[in-house]
Design a protein around this ligand. Structure first.
Ligand code: FES
Length: 124
């Protein structure tokens, strides 16, 4: 299940910015007035791309210089490999991203109650 989530105001996106609200961290960018969001985890070793150099919609990972197109997440020079992308829209002056809802793990109390209600023995 996904949910439109407010991220940044248009004026805050002079460069790509990381948004992390408990779900997947995404890199939100504005290219020629169009918002884009890709997962903020490099395919190489998972580094955040947020501090990478961005020119013409291409961002360079600050760790080992892999390059991605922020419009479609494509890894440059490696067809078929790309970062996950997320739908975006502009509402007023805010970029909203359609993000998966965070999965909240049940508390220990909730787990114990569910187990007790199941009627199973503790060894099951
Ligand atoms: S972690 Fe991005 S290129 Fe190595």
């Amino acid at each position: 299940m996904t949910k439109w989530t407010a991220t940044f105001r248009l004026g805050e996106l002079d460069s790509p910015r990381r948004f992390d609200a408990g779900g997947p961290a995404v890199l939100v960018s504005l290219i020629d007035g169009v918002p884009y969001a890709v997962e903020d985890s490099c395919l190489h070793r998972g580094a955040s791309l947020a501090s990478g150099v961005c020119r013409g919609g291409i961002i360079t990972c600050p760790s080992h210089w892999w390059r991605y197109d922020l419009r479609d997440g494509a890894l440059q020079g490696s067809p078929g490999q790309h970062l996950a992308t997320f739908a975006c829209r502009i509402v007023g002056d805010v970029v909203e991203v359609d993000l998966p809802e965070p999965v909240v793990a049940p508390s220990l109390r909730e787990q114990l109650l569910a187990h007790a209600r199941s009627g199973r023995s503790p060894d099951a």
